[in-house]
Design a protein around this ligand. Structure first.
Ligand SMILES: [Ca+2]
Length: 175
């Protein structure tokens, strides 16, 4: 039987792009070339992070959530040396994935938006980005189902996948 240790003992700091993540569920480049990550916090503190070279994103030292046993975790605000999330959620949304909406002639109102599906929150979230490292929630739709994935179809509309057995495949179009 072989043993495997992680992180690999052969991993040098030069090979680590960024650190301090908890439970990443989505990683995607924006149309402006920024790399964004969405992750599950503990009880509270789901995060949307702008990933930049060499930064530490705080886990398990700091969080905007607390432990499941209610034991507090120091806030991100106590450690300015660690990268803060650009957006965070308390209570959690439990993100399923992150995708960016490429330009589409039929739906220009969604150009450049990010979409984050929500498991526990049963939501679809549309995030808008300023191209300078800022982001905010533009819309949050209550779907009533645990949404594991959201992707764009060839005609620009969205398709969502429910986390259930059997699960639904849901077609999303603007009104
Ligand atoms: Ca963090």
């Amino acid at each position: 039987m072989s043993t495997y240790t992680f992180p690999s003992p052969n991993l040098t700091p030069a090979e680590t792009w960024a650190s301090g993540f908890r439970a990443p569920y989505g990683l995607a480049f924006s149309p402006t070339g920024e790399l964004w990550e969405v992750e599950h916090g503990p009880r509270g503190g789901d995060e949307l992070n702008l990933i930049e070279k060499g930064k530490n994103y705080g886990w398990p030292v700091v969080s905007y959530g607390k432990n499941y046993n209610e034991v507090p975790i120091p806030s991100h605000d106590t450690r300015p040396d660690l990268a803060k999330p650009v957006l965070y959620w308390v209570p959690v949304i439990a993100p399923g994935n992150l995708m960016f909406y490429p330009r589409h002639q039929d739906l220009p109102q969604w150009d450049g938006s990010g979409f984050i599906s929500g498991l526990a929150s049963m939501t679809l979230n549309r995030i808008i980005f300023d191209g300078k490292g800022g982001a905010k929630t533009a819309e949050r739709w209550d779907v009533g189902k645990r949404i594991r994935d959201v992707e764009q179809g060839p005609d620009g509309s969205l398709w969502m996948l429910e986390d259930a057995n059997p699960g639904a495949l849901i077609h999303v179009t603007p009104k």
